[in-house]
Write a protein that binds this ligand. Structure first.
Ligand code: SAM
Length: 249
């Protein structure tokens, strides 16, 4: 089984991540949060699983919205330490786990949630199958991850066009596999898959996809945060809402 790079425990990466708006402001600082929140089922009484919980912003949100229990998992000790310090709630258990080799009890959760963690996972089909097995019948999966157009390039970044504009340099789209990028620190490994592969993986794991969105800023967001205008040039985040399919007889 693959083993996680656990880049978030590297001091230089952690220090840079700690300064991001989504780290200092929580869910309100995550541009895609309103779109992701709209995909959530009722949380009251729900048994929630948070995969790659980071600082625990969603785990705390779910607990505050009445979730019965939240099992919030992450491979990074530093992220978990911060989560326990700033987002502790009686309903939330923060636990160290590597999603590359995670095993879960059957029929134990009503919602599996994951925000911006799944593009780090090499054994994603295995994880999705494990998660499907851990969900109750008809329970929901709500996830965000980096969009394949964002993960594909061998050297992700903007280039200047001859007329002086900026363009996203897309290459390598159909070459699935690991990408070493220099996001926040050097040598960060992410796993690129095409949109077709990602959707097929979710379906093959036992889910019916119900909602699907390539995040783009709303007019209100753009008026409040003009820096988000570059998100109209290429999709950065993919959001999926799915439901566990009944077992075939
Ligand atoms: C971009 S952060 C997102 C954190 C949080 N979900 C949020 O949206 O604020 C990605 C998180 O995924 C975690 N992660 C990456 N690979 C992982 C793995 N193999 N197992 C568990 N967690 C992992 C990282 O440690 C980090 O906390």
């Amino acid at each position: 089984m693959p083993v996680s790079q656990n880049i978030y425990d590297r001091p230089d990466f952690f220090a840079a991540y700690d300064r991001l708006r989504r780290s200092t402001e929580g869910l309100g600082g995550a541009a895609e949060w309103p779109a992701l929140r709209a995909m959530l089922p009722t949380l009251a009484g729900a048994r929630v699983l948070d995969l790659g919980c980071g600082f625990g912003w969603f785990a705390a949100y779910a607990a505050d919205a009445g979730a019965g229990t939240v099992l919030a998992l992450d491979v990074s000790e530093k992220m978990l330490e911060r989560a326990r310090a700033i987002n502790a709630r009686p309903a939330v258990v923060y636990e160290r786990a590597d999603l590359e080799s995670l095993t879960l009890p059957a029929n134990a959760f009503d919602l599996a949630f994951s925000s911006l963690a799944l593009h780090y996972i090499e054994a994603l089909p295995r994880l999705l199958t494990e998660v499907a097995g851990a969900l109750a019948p008809a329970a929901r999966l709500v996830v965000s991850m980096e969009h394949p157009i964002y993960t594909a390039p061998r050297k992700p970044g903007w280039v200047q066009t001859p007329d002086g504009a900026r363009a996203w340099a897309l290459d390598g789209y159909f070459a699935e596999g690991p990408r070493q990028t220099d996001w926040l620190a050097t040598g960060v490994v992410k796993h690129h898959r095409t949109l077709t592969s990602l959707l097929a993986m979710v379906a093959q794991a036992g889910f019916t996809i119900e909602t699907f969105e390539e995040y783009r800023p709303s007019a209100v967001q753009l008026s409040e945060r003009p820096d988000l205008a570059e998100e109209l040039e290429r999709p950065m985040f993919l959001l999926i809402g799915a439901r566990k399919r009944p077992e075939e007889e």
